[in-house]
Write a new protein. Structure first.
Length: 114
C-alpha cells in the first residue's frame, strides 16, 4: 500500500524559507519519478516540481522557478522541497506524489503571511 507522509510546513513571513519533506513507502521509490503539488483555497491542485527517479532531471512551475528546489534521497525514500523567497501566493497545502500518481497523503500546510 502506497503511503506518502508530508511534513515541514508552517507559518513564515514573506521572503522566508521552508523545507518540506515527504517519506514514501509501499513501492520501489528509486524506480519512480516524484512530484510536489500544491492546492490553495478555492483553487485546483497544481504541479509545483518534478524530479526523475535518479534525480538527474527536474522541472518546475514557472511561478516557483529560481526559488524552489526539489531533491530526493533514494536511500531514505525521501523527496524534499526547499522553498526560498516565499511569497503570500505560495500559501497552500503541499502534497507529494509519485508519477504516475497514486493515492494522496494528508499534505502539509504552508502559510506565507506577515
Amino acid at each position: 500500500q502506497v503511503q506518502l507522509v508530508e511534513s515541514g510546513g508552517g507559518l513564515v513571513q514573506p521572503g522566508g524559507s521552508l523545507r518540506l519533506s515527504c517519506v514514501a513507502s509501499g513501492f520501489i521509490f528509486s524506480s519512480v519519478a516524484m512530484r510536489w503539488y500544491r492546492q490553495a483555497p478555492g483553487k485546483e491542485r497544481e504541479l509545483v516540481a518534478h524530479i526523475s527517479y535518479g534525480g538527474a532531471f527536474t522541472r518546475y512551475a514557472d511561478s516557483v522557478k529560481g526559488r524552489f528546489t526539489i531533491s530526493r534521497d533514494n536511500a531514505k525514500n525521501t523527496v524534499s522541497l526547499q522553498m526560498n523567497a516565499l511569497k503570500p501566493e505560495d500559501t497552500a497545502v503541499y502534497y507529494c506524489n509519485r508519477w504516475p500518481e497514486s493515492g494522496w497523503g494528508q499534505g502539509t500546510q504552508v502559510t506565507v503571511s506577515s
